[in-house]
Design a protein around this ligand. Structure first.
Ligand code: FES
Ligand SMILES: [Fe+2]
Length: 428
């Protein structure tokens, strides 16, 4: 069924929840089971507004790291699809999140990506807020104005293993489940004892769902990532691993788990392919699992050799790769000596802003313990390959000639799972 043109004409920003109009309901009913999403899902403004309301303004979003703002007054900003957000460490040491919007006439308060302030001063008329968000001064306003209700509008924020999560929802889902799972799996990695060696932002000319769909399958890896597939067994699905391949996988898992005494998850690769995620039936929006690296790979580097000092509790290089994800905007791969954490933020129906953070142990020194030339290429190259694939896919699905094709039950089960998870959110 073709997309009604009236849907494409709608361009209003989301205001609270975005209603399902009859046209939107018709669009949401278009998906054919076992197939990709129809064209309008990757370009329609009204649907995008609904996604912002139901997913991006509702869920928990990975925003940044607590160790990026170690001192009182340190701040970070981010833009959640046109909603500016401020993260700041207060005088009491707590990390807080606020709408980065002045309570006077609404100008964006902090404009830098990061920085340090003694107080937050609006550049427009100098209303001044404390590092806890209270309105301290509003010189020039009339006598007797009550400053108490004019503090910055707070947002929910949580810190787990150094990861700062923020939610724009008034009453977000419980965070405790993610905290428990991430802490159990991620503690040995020492995320909270890490620092950022490098962060790179990428503008991807594709709808955010195309970026997730690409992430959730390795069907494209043989042609798309010839260097990535040398390091792991992601491409071998359950039906495809020959006895020789299965023996290699089992040997790699046994090697990784042999000295496993640091807690957290051991390696596993029970069914081949990628770990199942997301799971629309259980509504689980986060997962962790550890996979083994192929022979000759101590870490996810192009040459396979270590690229920094060991992180966290690891005493051996052979720890495989810890993978963690949370919907709607985080995935990471963590090796023995570094971790690459990737954050997604939509920036329009056809534009997605990605940021990857390369983490190393906080005491690792550039030039002595690691070199960016060795640390970055594996995931920087993989990222750029993926973003290019996604941009070409956007061009194709934008075409009136596009019709969704069937998904491989062997290799694209997670694309199907993602689509079902997504439809559940936007239809609800
Ligand atoms: S808009 Fe911020 S002080 Fe006027
Ligand atoms: Fe990829």
């Amino acid at each position: 069924m073709a997309t009604p043109d009236s849907l494409l004409a709608s361009n209003s920003p989301p205001a609270g929840d975005w209603p399902i109009t009859p046209a939107l309901a018709a669009l949401l009913a278009q998906r054919r089971e076992g197939h990709g999403l129809p064209r309008a899902f990757y370009r329609d403004e009204a649907l995008y507004a609904r996604e912002l309301a139901r997913i991006w303004h509702a869920g928990w979003l990975f925003a940044g790291f607590a160790f990026e703002i170690p001192d009182a007054g340190d701040f970070l900003t981010l833009d959640v699809a046109g909603t500016p957000v401020l993260l700041i460490r207060g005088d009491d040491g707590a990390v807080r999140a606020f709408h980065n919007v002045c309570r006077h006439r609404g100008t964006q308060l902090c404009r830098a990506d990061s920085g340090h302030v003694r107080a937050l001063v609006c550049p427009y008329h100098s209303w001044t807020y404390s590092r806890q968000g209270e309105l301290l001064a509003c010189h020039g306003m009339h006598e007797g104005i009550d400053k108490t209700p004019l503090g910055l509008r707070p947002l929910h924020a949580e810190v787990c293993l150094g990861f700062i999560y923020v939610s724009l929802a008034p009453s977000p889902a419980a965070f405790a489940g993610l905290r428990e799972r991430f802490e159990a799996a991620g503690q040995p990695q020492g995320f909270d004892r890490a620092r950022i060696a490098k962060a790179i932002e990428y503008d991807v000319d594709a709808n955010w769902k195309l970026v997730w769909e690409n992430n959730r399958e390795c069907y494209h890896c043989i042609t798309g990532h010839p260097q990535y597939i040398r390091s792991n067994f992601d491409i071998y699905d359950e039906g495809e691993a020959s006895p020789e391949i299965r023996a290699r996988i089992d040997a790699a898992i046994a090697r990784t788990n042999r000295q496993w005494d640091v807690g957290g998850d051991g390696a596993d690769h029970p069914k081949g392919g990628l770990a199942t995620f997301p799971d629309p039936d259980s509504d689980l929006w986060y997962t962790c699992n550890r996979t083994a690296l192929a022979e000759g790979f101590a870490t996810e580097s192009l040459a396979g050799g270590r690229v920094s000092t060991l992180m966290g509790d690891y005493r051996d290089a052979d720890v495989g790769v810890l993978r963690m994800r949370s919907m709607p905007n985080l995935w990471l791969h963590a090796s023995c000596d570094h971790a690459v954490v990737t954050r997604m933020l939509p920036a329009g129906p056809r534009r997605t802003r990605m940021k990857s953070f390369w983490l190393v142990d906080r005491f690792a020194r550039e030039g002595a313990d690691y070199d960016l030339d060795a640390l970055l290429p594996f995931w920087h190259l993989t990222n750029e390959q993926d973003w290019e694939i996604c941009a070409w896919q956007q061009k194709g699905v934008d075409s009136i000639g596009y019709e969704p094709g069937p998904l491989s039950r062997r290799k694209e089960y997670n694309v199907d799972a993602f689509i079902r998870w997504y439809l559940k959110q936007v239809r609800a």
